[in-house]
Ligand binder design. Structure first.
Ligand SMILES: NC(=O)c1ccc[n+]([C@@H]2O[C@H](COP(=O)([O-])OP(=O)(O)OC[C@H]3O[C@@H](n4cnc5c(N)ncnc54)[C@H](O)[C@@H]3O)[C@@H](O)[C@H]2O)c1
Length: 365
């Protein structure tokens, strides 16, 4: 039985806690939070944009610590699951790793690539796993797209466009604070930066245009540049078989926040392959959540085929993600999806995008 300690019981801490209850072979043995209500199990004040509302929890059998130091010092714990605000991720992870714990840390991995490097060095030194919570590949539409691309049946991946837009989360304090959360670039778009890295490899440079707010990217579009050696998970085998000199892929993303509250969330993609295009668009508009375009394969023969995808509850995506965490810890293996190297690259891609928007220049990644 793997014993888990959750650091920070806010929205994500609660989502992880509830998800571990459904998984075999793992037990949340401890939590930590400075808030005495959270430690007493009164989670009614916790709010998020999906999942069940916070309730009064029975935390008997779960140690509840006030400080991270106490949590890390708990010798019974194998894994520290960090669901703290982003600016605290790097220090918390380094301390937990140095104390011999495996670490699973929510996205964004850290505020800067240098912090990610510090975390990786701590993991290497302690010979412990460091995994990062990029849950998007476990959402059914994204899992489907990854599988279609990886299968090679549609040929080489030629490019894609990605969209992730929310209405301004005015209720979140410090959202526009570069030192605490970093606005929608690090909080929101990092999901797609990670996915783009997973699919296409690391871009060589980015050019971003858009609006700034308080010096941080508010809404933008980015062109990601790739040389002919782009190396993501998808196109390699198929492209190497068919085209010894693959052309550079064309990748764009649009993301950020808008001021009007009528569309709290939208995410979408379009993936271009040699013999098919995969499209998908989901939004919450007003009180209605639904597909603007369900996951669809546009085939060579001119058909639009719609796969039936199971699930759709975001909580299921977290179950998939945390199952992968448990598998990796048990096997002592890195994860091809949740590995720290990809998460670190996502931060450096976001940083280059921000710099490009702030300076009006093309920025090398
Ligand atoms: N994967 C996703 O879809 C997703 C969604 C939401 C949030 N997140 C990520 O999860 C992380 C947490 O976000 P959240 O929305 O749960 O935030 P939150 O503010 O709701 O929760 C943070 C918790 O950490 C506690 N905390 C603060 N300082 C602490 C300390 N020093 N020691 C212990 N506890 C401390 C706070 O009291 C609070 O309970 C962020 O990195 C965020 O980006 C991911």
């Amino acid at each position: 039985m793997l014993k888990i300690g959750i650091a920070g019981v806010g929205f994500m801490g609660m989502v992880h806690y509830l998800t571990y209850q459904k998984l075999r072979g793992a037990k949340v043995a401890a939590i930590c939070d400075p808030d005495p209500e959270k430690r007493s199990g009164d989670w009614r004040g916790i709010q998020g944009n999906f999942g069940p509302p916070g309730e009064r929890m029975d935390l008997s059998g779960v140690a509840a610590y006030e400080s991270l130091d106490e949590l890390i010092a708990d010798e019974s714990l194998d894994l520290i699951d960090i669901t703290l605000p982003p600016a605290l991720h790097a220090d918390a992870a380094c301390r937990a790793l140095s104390a011999g714990k495996h670490v699973f840390c929510e996205k964004p991995m850290a505020m800067r690539p240098a912090d990610c490097d510090r975390m990786q060095r701590a993991a290497d030194k302690a010979e412990r796993l460091l995994l990062v919570g990029h849950v998007l590949p476990y959402f059914p539409e994204y899992a489907w797209a990854l599988k279609e691309v990886q299968s090679g049946k549609h040929g080489r991946l030629l490019g894609g466009s990605f969209k992730r837009v929310i209405s301004d989360p005015a209720w979140l304090s410090h959202y526009w604070d570069a030192e605490r959360i970093g606005g929608p670039m690090l909080d929101l778009h990092v999901h797609d930066a990670h996915l783009i890295r997973l699919l296409f490899g690391k871009p060589t440079a980015v050019t971003t245009c858009g609006r700034l707010r308080e010096g941080l990217p508010e809404f933008w579009s980015t062109q990601f540049e790739y040389g002919p050696q782009a190396s993501g998970v998808g196109p390699r085998r198929a492209s190497e078989a068919r085209s010894p000199k693959p052309e550079a892929v064309a990748v764009t993303a649009t993301s950020g926040t808008i001021n009007q509250q009528g569309r709290p969330f939208q995410h979408a993609f379009e993936l271009h392959l040699e013999r098919a295009t995969l499209v998908f668009d989901f939004a919450v508009i007003g009180d209605e959540a639904g597909y603007l375009c369900p996951p669809t394969v546009l085939t060579e023969g001119g058909k639009a085929k719609r796969p039936h995808l199971a699930g759709g509850d975001p909580m299921d995506a977290f179950a998939g993600e945390l199952k992968e965490v448990l598998r990796c810890v048990r096997a002592g293996e890195q994860s091809p999806v949740l590995g720290a190297e990809l998460a670190r690259d996502a931060i450096s891609i976001c940083q280059a995008q921000s710099r490009s928007l702030q300076t009006g220049k093309r920025v090398r990644v």
